[in-house]
Design a protein around this ligand. Structure first.
Ligand SMILES: Cc1cc2nc3c(=O)[nH]c(=O)nc-3n(C[C@H](O)[C@H](O)[C@H](O)COP(=O)(O)OP(=O)(O)OC[C@H]3O[C@@H](n4cnc5c(N)ncnc54)[C@H](O)[C@@H]3O)c2cc1C
Length: 435
């Protein structure tokens, strides 16, 4: 796909929903209708499109409305909307009959694959971006060189871009001092590892965490391994509910990005303090009720298999023979005790995207605020010094500037459109000739 020496107007790093949505926005941008399309190439390290594949648990549902798809909020007439997908799959009537705003994650993944099939010519898979560097030339840098490694052949190549859009996603976070291995997993690798297990030998499973993924995994393991005891370890007293009521949900509206972006530090803090419970460390009502019902049914049958170890923290983990031995500390009285299990799953969340390492020597030209955080313009473009005129845009990692939806799907249609507009508006006639 790369022509030696060609300078792409956009190179997208990562091809999850955010940059797929950008591909849609570029395709539908008025510049294309005017015969002047924005050239783009995307690089994705996975071998195919994959959206949290290891958490596509049966019946797990989306936490946003199907209307918050890749394009509808920007262009309700888009041919890449979830409704167009349903129509093309011949399921529109059944979907409506089902009367749910929230498709399963499995169906949403199918939708993403359907949309992706229109952009396959622009995406290189098994292609990991290693770093970005500035060209060795005089004057301000109007493009960057993106170093890409082919994970299949091991070879690497360099691609030039006037703008890069970094969208590499959330970074799985393990508890301090605990390393992953064949029996200790992060939730982001759950299904792949679970399928490889000899299920007949797994009798004791522990899941650490109190958020949505933790609760979903507890429910799934309990249902899938009828002879296993499942211990749910959490620092809180119980799971807390995700607030998706209408007023609170407004914080995911496109207008809320402006309110957050232009707000004072105090108002930004209020967004997080009052509304973090819309998404972070919380669980959907139905999953909580499902778990409670299972525990209650166990009580009735006098066969308890669900073990809720609340107010507890993991103090240490070690291998003892074939067992994983957890040392747990009770938050209640500081006492410690051991728990031996066959498998430990750490559903301990994610860090937000941090592009600094990827940006290589470009990073030194990126401006930072008083707290050392990257300065990001309203159009998601990093503020850079005078020696850099090319664009670096972020999809993710902008929680400090753009708010709570930064790593979520809620706003991707509008955000991608804003990035496409910004790139188009900044084009100079010189750029047109290289497209
Ligand atoms: C289990 C789970 C369920 C979720 N459900 C919802 C939901 O219902 N609603 C919601 O709003 N949010 C949800 N989220 C939040 C999630 O962040 C978004 O759904 C979504 O993944 C964001 O899309 P993205 O493209 O920004 O990031 P990602 O989907 O993470 O995509 C980033 C891509 O970049 C690739 N990549 C990373 N580094 C490189 C590199 N150096 N070179 C090349 N490629 C690279 C990765 O392989 C990946 O494919 C969920 C998160 C999880 C973990």
């Amino acid at each position: 796909m790369e022509t030696q020496g060609e300078v792409y107007e956009v190179v997208g790093i990562g091809f999850g929903p955010s940059n797929l949505s950008l591909a849609v926005a570029l395709e539908e941008h008025e510049s294309k209708a005017h015969g002047n399309p924005i050239s783009a190439a995307f690089f994705e390290r996975q071998p195919t499109l994959g959206w949290h594949r290891n958490m596509l648990l049966p019946s797990a549902t989306m936490q946003i409305s199907f209307l918050k798809d890749l394009s509808t909020f920007r262009n309700p007439a888009s041919q890449f909307s979830f409704i167009s997908y349903l129509h093309s799959a011949g399921r529109l009537a059944q979907f409506v009959n089902n009367q749910s705003f929230f498709p399963t994650r499995e169906e949403f993944h199918d939708y993403l694959e359907w949309a992706e099939s229109s952009f396959a010519d622009r995406v290189s898979y098994s292609s990991e971006v290693l770093s970005v560097r500035l060209p060795q030339s005089e004057g301000p840098a109007d493009h960057v060189e993106v170093q890409v490694r082919d994970r299949t052949s091991g070879g690497s190549r360099t691609v030039k871009a006037r703008n890069i859009v970094v969208s590499t996603g959330l970074v799985p976070k393990m508890p301090a001092g605990i390393d992953r291995d064949e029996r200790i997993w992060h939730s982001s690798e759950f299904l792949e590892k679970f399928r490889k297990l000899d299920h007949s030998k797994v009798k004791r499973v522990a899941v650490v965490g109190a958020g949505q993924s933790a609760a979903e995994i507890v429910r799934f393991v309990y249902d899938t391994l009828p002879d296993a005891t499942v211990s749910a370890i959490m620092p809180s007293y119980g799971y807390s509910i995700a607030d998706d009521t209408p007023f609170a949900n407004q914080i995911f509206d496109a207008d809320a990005v402006d309110d957050y972006y232009h707000g004072s530090e105090r108002s930004k803090d209020s967004f997080w303090r009052y509304h973090k419970n819309t998404n972070y460390g919380v669980v959907d009502d139905q999953v909580i009720r499902d778990l409670y019902q299972r525990a209650y049914d166990d009580e009735v049958r006098k066969t308890p298999r669900l073990n809720f170890l609340n107010l507890s923290r993991v103090d240490g983990v070690k291998q003892v023979g074939d067992d994983v031995r957890l040392t747990l500390q009770s938050v209640r009285n500081e006492e410690t005790y051991d728990l031996d299990v066959d498998v430990l799953i750490c559903s301990t969340g994610y860090d937000s995207m941090e592009p600094s390492e990827l940006l290589g020597d470009l990073e030194a030209h990126c401006l930072r605020d008083e707290q050392g955080r990257l300065r990001v313009e309203r159009d998601y473009r990093l503020a850079t010094g005078p020696d850099v005129t090319c664009g670096v845009y972020l999809q993710g990692g902008t929680e400090h500037t753009h708010g709570l939806a930064s790593s979520l799907l809620s706003n991707i249609a509008i955000r991608s459109g804003e990035i496409a507009d910004s790139i188009a508006e900044r084009r100079t006639p010189r750029h047109y000739s290289t497209a």
